[in-house]
Design a protein around this ligand. Structure first.
Ligand code: F6P
Length: 344
C-alpha cells in the first residue's frame, strides 16, 4: 500500500518513534511505501513530502520533535482546503493517511473521514494527556518527568531562601501533568483547570506551614487553571493566528498574589515548552512504538476512522467519532484522594 503520514498540532516527545515504527512494520512486513507530509495539513494541501524509509528513520527513536515538522491549522480553515486534500490523496495514489495528532488534528481527521470518506487512521499525541478514548497519550510521561525534575531542583533553592516557588506546567484543559508532577515532586498545593481555585484558600494552606517552621513551599499550577470567579482579575488572553488562545502566565499571577497576601518571598517559574522538548522517556518510546505498529496494522485492516489507543495495558482502537469534541479531564479521584492528601 502507499500510505501518507503527517504529524499535526504541538510537537511532542515520541513523534519520531511513532514514525519509525510505522515505517519499520509497513516497509519490512507489508512492503508498503510510506510518504511523509511536511508541516501537517499544509504539506498535504501543497504536496510537500518526504520519503519515509527504514534508512531515513535510522537513529530517530530517541530524537524529540518531529522530522516531518508540524503546524496548527486545518484544511477546513480555507475554502479550497478539503478539495486540495482530496486531490492530493487521489493524485498521489494514496491508499491511506495516518494522522498523528492531538484533539485539533484528530477532529480534522474525523471530519475528513465522515464527510469525505477518506481512508484515515488516527494516532493520539499530546503531552497534556487529555484525549478521550485512550488511557494515555505518548509524550505525557516525558513531560511529567521533566516537570518533576524541575520541582526537585526548585525544592533545594526554595529551602535555602525560605521562599515559595510557583511552578507553572502545561495543561490547557486538564490537570494531568500538574497532578502527576505534583504528586511525584511533593508539591504543597496543585492547581488544575478542572477545579477553579480560591487564592485565599491557597494562602491559608501555605501560612500554617510557615508557622510550623517549614518556610519553603512549592505550588504547581497548570497553565489552564482559573481563579474562582470574582477572586482575581485576569488579563485578556492573546490568540494566535489559528484562534488558539496563548496560555502561560497564570503562574506569575499566582506568585504575585501569594507574595502580596502572605508577605512571603515568592518566585514564579514557567516551564513552558521545555516540557515538550528533547528525548522521550523509555516509557514513551515503548508506547509510541506500540502505537506506530498498531497504526499500520489498522491501515491493513482498513479500520478507517479509528484511532489506535491504550486500553488498560493492551493497544486497541476507538472510533474517532467518539474522541472528537471532548477533552479527557484528570482523574478526579487521583487528585482528591491522593494528590490532595499531601497538600501543605
Ligand atoms: O500540545 C499541547 C500544548 O503543549 C498545551 O499544553 C499548550 O497550551 C499548547 O500546546 C501550546 O501551544 P503552542 O506551542 O502552539 O504555543
Amino acid at each position: 500500500m502507499r500510505v501518507g503520514v503527517l504529524t499535526g498540532g504541538g510537537d511532542c516527545p515520541g513523534l519520531n518513534a511513532v514514525l519509525r515504527a510505522i515505517v519499520r512494520k509497513g516497509e519490512r512486513q507489508y512492503g508498503d511505501e510510506l510518504v511523509g507530509f511536511l508541516d501537517a495539513w499544509e504539506g498535504v494541501m501543497e504536496r510537500r513530502t518526504q520519503p519515509l524509509t527504514v534508512e531515513t528513520m535510522r537513529g530517530m527513536l530517541p530524537r524529540g520533535g518531529t522530522v516531518l515538522g508540524t503546524r496548527r491549522g486545518s484544511p477546513f480553515d480555507r475554502p479550497d482546503g478539503v478539495e486540495l486534500v482530496e486531490a492530493t490523496i487521489s493524485d498521489m495514489g494514496l491508499d491511506a493517511l495516518i494522522v498523528v495528532g492531538g484533539n485539533g488534528s484528530l477532529s480534522v481527521a474525523c471530519n475528513l473521514f465522515t464527510k469525505c470518506g477518506l481512508p484515515i487512521i488516527g494516532v493520539p499525541k499530546t503531552i497534556d494527556n487529555d484525549i478521550e478514548g485512550t488511557d494515555l497519550t505518548f509524550g505525557f510521561n516525558t513531560a511529567v518527568q521533566i516537570a518533576t525534575d524541575a520541582i526537585d531542583r526548585l525544592h533545594t533553592t526554595a529551602e535555602s531562601h525560605d521562599r515559595v516557588m510557583v511552578v507553572e506546567v502545561m495543561g490547557r484543559h486538564s490537570g494531568w501533568i500538574a497532578t502527576h508532577a505534583g504528586i511525584a515532586g511533593g508539591a504543597t498545593v496543585v492547581l488544575i483547570p478542572e477545579r477553579p481555585f480560591d487564592i485565599e484558600e491557597v494562602c491559608d494552606r501555605i501560612v500554617p506551614r510557615h508557622l510550623r517552621g517549614r518556610f519553603a513551599s512549592i505550588v504547581v499550577v497548570a497553565e489552564g487553571a482559573l481563579p474562582r470567579e470574582g477572586t482575581i482579575d485576569l488579563a485578556d488572553q492573546e490568540v494566535d493566528r489559528h484562534g488558539h488562545i496563548r496560555l502561560g502566565g497564570i503562574g506569575n499571577l499566582v506568585a504575585d498574589e501569594i507574595g502580596r497576601r502572605t508577605g512571603f518571598e515568592t518566585r514564579p517559574v514557567l516551564l513552558g515548552h521545555v516540557q515538550r522538548g528533547g528525548t522521550p522517556t523509555a516509557f514513551d518510546r515503548v508506547l509510541s512504538t506500540r502505537f506506530g505498529v498498531a497504526a499500520i496494522e489498522a491501515v491493513h485492516d482498513e479500520a478507517w476512522g479509528e484511532m489506535v489507543a491504550l486500553q488498560g495495558d493492551r493497544i486497541g482502537r476507538t472510533p474517532l467519532t467518539e474522541v472528537v469534541g471532548k477533552t479527557r479531564p484528570v482523574d478526579i479521584d487521583l487528585f482528591t484522594n491522593v494528590a490532595q492528601i499531601f497538600f501543605a
